[in-house]
Design a protein around this ligand. Structure first.
Ligand SMILES: [Zn+2]
Length: 136
């Protein structure tokens, strides 16, 4: 028997978001920490973060532990076209076509969040260059 909150989140997500062949949901420390502060969790101020530019959504409506289908349904409804879901007060969800793709995204998401967290905690503000957002 899977852990109850994981069961309710994953069963409802796979039921409602058919394109999500793979879904990893974690509470990894840097990404989760950024989801616990004001504003956008992930700043597109560094090269690693750009891997996720245009691919994220922010779920702002955390309702506590998912102990029934309602929270899983709500999370699934928040996904839209994104494959990276930053979940306020909770963690992250990464969707992919394969385990390898989702794992790669999950790994680099945590690395990008670590860089964002360290840079944002420094003595100077984070610089977001407009050049960062130009399509290549
Ligand atoms: Zn969780």
């Amino acid at each position: 028997m899977p852990e109850a909150t994981a069961f309710f989140i994953h069963t409802r997500l796979h039921l409602k978001v058919s394109r999500a062949k793979v879904a990893f949901h974690t509470h990894m420390p840097h990404a989760t920490a950024l989801c616990m502060v004001e504003g956008e969790p992930l700043l597109f101020a560094g090269q690693t973060a750009l891997k996720f530019y245009g691919r994220t959504t922010l779920d702002r409506d955390y309702n506590g532990l998912a102990l029934d289908s309602a929270e899983g349904d709500r999370i699934a409804a928040s996904v839209g076209n994104a494959d990276i879901i930053l979940m306020k007060h909770h963690g992250v969800m990464v969707l992919g076509n394969t385990i390898a793709e989702a794992w790669d995204d999950l790994y680099y998401l945590e690395r990008a969040c670590a860089a964002t967290s360290v840079s944002a905690s420094g003595p100077h503000g984070v610089i977001i260059s407009t050049a960062m957002h130009k399509p290549s």
